[in-house]
Design a protein around this ligand. Structure first.
Ligand code: NAD
Length: 501
């Protein structure tokens, strides 16, 4: 059972925060200090079934709740998130490690989806064609599916849960969320605020756990749709297993995003953007830029890139001026340091070594400083693996076409960026690059919720992305009605005629 001095994370079932009866617990650890912040339960099968059963029961009434009533909850919710922004960011930084400014960004990007959910009346409109035949109209209803579930990763513990349950619930579904077991605390605070905003009992439920909880979600016959964000390995498993069980599934997965730097780019802006996108959040963003391809003369910018990277401050996310916080766990630290060594062993040139940095006051933290490997080639482990740490792989190309070919040959398709002053070059890149999210002088082109997140190829399974227009279709079933109504008098006349004949 749980140690008395350390708070336990609760399950949320039918509007009640309850203590799990499990005997399997895991520590939630501050990655800058190794302090144990809380203990998270691995929910029992009975608890998981209870969460789904309550969500199924709540769906009966929630699906018929008027649009305005649903929308007003999210209007209130966005206000509560704003009012509690500092507290949310502080919880997030303590358990995840990113800087307080980054943590506020994490919450804010989720808040934008909540704002979008509050406009659900405009988003969930059907279509109508009048007089498709004599006296016949055809129209569509976008109806909710039932119980939907979400499985989220550690790296955006505020934004990614908020990609999922607000849109699912706003469109009339009920929801079971399984947050990352590595940093569930900020997610739970957001869930508390969602209840305070008026989400009724059973409409939003939370279970915790790892492999078994995820498999139970994939298999449960009463769950109709699953949204997953996380690694490619796990996402592929979730996609196959949940699809096999007849569910609608969307999986946003791992990445290896490349930036192309053309020699005509604005040098200062480009290098600053690269440093931020490669090393910010300790490289633990699915839209980070861990590979840069320097085209032509821009290869001479490497020393300056390294100088800028070297000036970044590595420390706890709570320390003023920190640029690079710790990575999530000691296991992640070991993996990243191991990959750097493998890169050197496989022939890459270590231009900047961030391993084992001195971080005053945080000797036990999981720190890796900005690291740059040059001369990287496909086939090297540092290129073929998603490192998910503050490690930038530098490649070279003689032309835009050669750089585009490198990117298109990589199996991932989450994001990419080009830096150039030429509209013609930018347009050719936009046309020919086979990646779902493209930045033009924008290093991390995550679309705002008016659009949808649109990673592609190896970074995504399923047709429809999270949030925005696409997720309305993901969380609803289109029902098409073809209706013929008779005017009562005309109908009576028609009956009379028949009798006379
Ligand atoms: P992860 O795949 O390890 O974990 C994601 C979820 O799956 C967690 O809730 C975890 O409990 C569960 N899980 C872990 N191992 C499992 C297993 N063997 N079987 C079943 N479930 C399992 O991912 P992570 O390390 O938390 O997050 C980082 C990864 O997420 C990176 O690959 C990153 O690129 C990716 N990511 C992608 C996007 C995107 O939008 N494409 C966004 C954020 C993160």
């Amino acid at each position: 059972m749980s140690n008395n001095n350390i708070p336990t994370i609760k399950l949320l079932i039918n509007g009640e925060f309850i203590e799990s009866k499990t005997d399997q617990w895991r520590d939630v650890i501050n990655p800058a200090t190794q302090e144990v912040l809380a203990r998270v339960p691995f929910a029992t099968p009975d608890e998981i079934n209870a969460a789904v059963a309550n969500a199924k029961e709540a769906f009966k009434t929630w699906r018929k709740t008027p649009i305005g009533a649903r929308a007003r909850i999210f209007l209130k919710y966005q206000q509560l998130i704003r009012e509690n922004m500092k507290e949310l960011a502080a919880i997030l930084t303590a358990e995840q490690g990113k800087t307080l400014a980054d943590a506020e960004g994490d919450v804010f990007r989720g808040l934008e989806v909540v704002e979008h959910a509050s406009a659900v009346g405009n988003l969930q409109l059907g279509e109508l064609a009048n007089n498709v035949a004599g006296g016949v109209d055809t129209y569509t209803l976008l109806q909710p599916l039932g119980v939907c579930a979400g499985i989220t990763p550690f790296n955006f513990p505020a934004m990614i849960p908020l990609w999922m349950f607000p849109m699912a619930i706003a469109t009339g579904n009920t929801f079971v969320l399984k947050p990352s077991e590595q940093d569930p605390m900020v997610t739970m605070r957001l869930v508390e605020l969602a209840l305070e905003a008026g989400i009724p009992p059973g409409v939003l439920n939370v279970i915790h756990g790892g492999v078994d909880a995820v498999n139970a979600i994939c298999d449960h016959p009463d769950i109709k749709a699953v949204s997953f964000v996380g690694s490619t390995h796990v996402g592929t498993h979730v996609y196959n297993r949940a699809s096999q069980a007849g569910k609608r599934v969307q999986c946003m997965m791992g990445a290896k995003n490349h930036a192309i730097v053309m020699p005509d780019a604005n040098k200062e802006q480009t290098l600053n953007n690269l440093v931020g996108a490669a090393f910010g959040a300790a490289g633990q963003r699915c839209m980070a830029l861990p590979v840069v391809i320097l085209v032509g003369e821009s290869r001479n910018w490497l020393p300056e890139l390294a100088r800028k990277a070297q000036t970044l401050k590595v420390s706890a996310g709570t320390e003023p001026g920190t640029d690079v916080g710790p990575v999530i766990s000691t296991a992640a630290l070991e993996r990243i340091n191991g990959l750097i060594q493998k890169g050197i062993d496989e022939g890459a040139e270590l231009v900047l070594d961030g391993r084992n940095p001195e971080v005053p006051g945080y000797a036990d933290g999981n720190f890796v400083g900005p690291t740059i490997l040059a001369g990287v080639k496909p086939g090297m482990s540092v290129y073929d693996t998603e490192i998910f740490g503050p490690v930038l792989c530098v490649m070279e190309a003689d032309s835009l076409d050669e750089a585009i070919d490198i990117i298109n040959a990589n199996p991932n398709g989450n994001g990419t960026a080009i830096f150039t002053r030429s509209g013609g070059i930018a347009r050719r890149f936009q046309e020919d690059i086979d990646v779902g999210q493209v930045g033009i002088n924008v290093p991390i082109p995550v679309p705002v919720p008016l659009f949808s997140f649109s990673g592609s190829r190896g970074s995504k399974l399923g047709d429809l992305g999270p949030y925005g227009k696409q997720v309305i279709l993901f969380y609803t079933q289109t029902k098409t009605v073809t209706a013929r109504w008779f005017d009562d008098d005309e109908q009576a006349a028609a009956v009379n005629t028949t009798i006379t004949l």
